[in-house]
Design a protein around this ligand. Structure first.
Ligand code: SF4
Ligand code: SF4
Length: 372
């Protein structure tokens, strides 16, 4: 973590508006402690939601120095929102820690692992442009279409086959070829404590899509970033699962797919972030000709894969531990296949040894567009 320079604030004054919530946590008997995927994986008091909020509160009041050691826990949050669901006061810990990251960043306190975050986002743009070029031969692709699909840089980086399938699925459902968005929406910058940069990217995306008729978003993280606070000019976005749920009759039961256990994992930003719990279940139920298998911790109480909030960069061991815990729950319940709808959790589950798939692959199987 980089050290604050001489301009670093002695407190975090912009968090004054959050004083009530920070005080509520500081004097709370830690009722949400078992909810946090980060402190469950790396059991340190300062990494519990209570610990993180208490440290931010102490920095906001100037009771402790605004420095690397006190600032570090603010980056130990996936933004999963699970603690908020356990909290009687519904304190939005993830959102407040994100605001704290922005304040800390302004003071020069940011993890060393995030020092090149802006370069990474630029690199994502290049990867997305190349991916769009590679998809140009698909019948589902039309660079001048009034309909756009934003797959998300995490898919293009680590799950390019799923990105291709997403384009085909959207074409099969709508009958319209789509243009492929080839610039990052800015969500990683918001997680890195650079909200102005994130907002700038979101606004440019909106400007570049002015006049388009529709936008489908595949990645849950991009979807939450663009749907909760949309940018001017952006066509009203829908998630891929939302679109699929509007066309349920198009999904035929695929022979053999429902025979092994197929367990749906609610991605945090799709479920708690956007309230889309039923849509993926309805789609999977059509494809499997039965309800999907379930985790014990599901829907509002779903466990987190540890892959959000840049935690795989800032606290990699905690991120891996969270994924292993989720996969262990899956195995204890009978194993089989775990299905998700976000590229980051897909990658984490696979790395943790699970047979994991993205829901888009199952949609493609059912619609008969999986193979060329
Ligand atoms: S989020 Fe709620 S339950 Fe958790 S520490 Fe804060 S006040 Fe307590
Ligand atoms: S939002 Fe999730 S990761 Fe962040 S403190 Fe709460 S439970 Fe932990």
């Amino acid at each position: 973590m980089s050290r604050p320079d001489h301009r670093a604030p002695v407190r975090l004054p912009s968090l004054d508006a959050r004083e009530r919530e920070l005080e509520t946590c500081t004097f709370c008997p830690k009722l949400c402690r078992s909810a946090c995927p980060v402190s469950n994986a790396e059991p340190r008091e300062t990494l519990t939601p209570w610990g993180k909020m208490s440290l931010v509160n102490a920095m906001a009041h100037g009771d402790v120095a605004v420095d690397a050691s006190h600032g570090e826990p603010a980056w130990a949050c996936t933004g999963c929102g699970r603690c908020q669901k356990r909290c009687d006061h519904e304190v939005p810990v993830g959102a407040i820690l994100r605001e704290a990251r922005a304040e800390l960043s302004k003071g020069g306190v940011r993890p060393a692992a995030l020092e090149d975050i802006e370069a990474r986002v630029e690199e994502s743009d290049s990867i997305m442009r190349r991916a769009a070029d590679e998809l140009a031969s698909e019948a589902a692709y039309d660079a001048s279409s009034r309909h756009a699909i934003l797959v998300g840089c995490s898919y293009h980086r680590g799950a390019s086959e799923e990105a291709r399938l997403a384009l085909r699925v959207v074409y099969a459902l709508t009958g319209e070829p789509h243009r492929v968005v080839s610039s990052c929406c800015g969500a990683p910058l918001a997680d890195a404590g650079l909200p102005e940069r994130a907002e700038g990217r979101k606004r440019s995306l909106g400007t570049s899509m002015q006049g388009l008729a529709s936008l489908v978003i595949v990645d849950a993280g991009c979807a939450q970033h663009l749907i909760v606070e949309p940018a001017p000019g952006l066509p009203k976005p829908v998630t891929l699962v939302e679109l699929a749920a509007r066309h349920l009759d198009r999904f035929a039961p695929a022979p053999g797919l429902g025979e092994e256990p197929v367990r749906w994992h609610d991605p945090c930003r799709l479920g708690r972030g956007l309230g889309q719990y039923d849509e993926p279940r309805h789609v999977l139920a059509r494809i499997l000709a039965r309800s999907p298998d379930e985790f014990a911790e599901r829907r509002e109480q779903s466990g987190c894969s540890g892959a959000g909030g840049l935690v795989p960069l800032t606290f990699p061991e905690a991120a891996k531990g969270a994924a292993k815990r989720r996969v262990a729950e899956h195995q204890e319940l009978g194993g089989g296949r775990v299905i998700t709808g976000c590229a980051s959790s897909l990658k984490s589950f696979r790395a943790a040894g699970a047979d994991a798939d993205d829901i888009v692959r199952w949609m493609a199987k059912s619609l008969g567009v999986e193979r060329v």
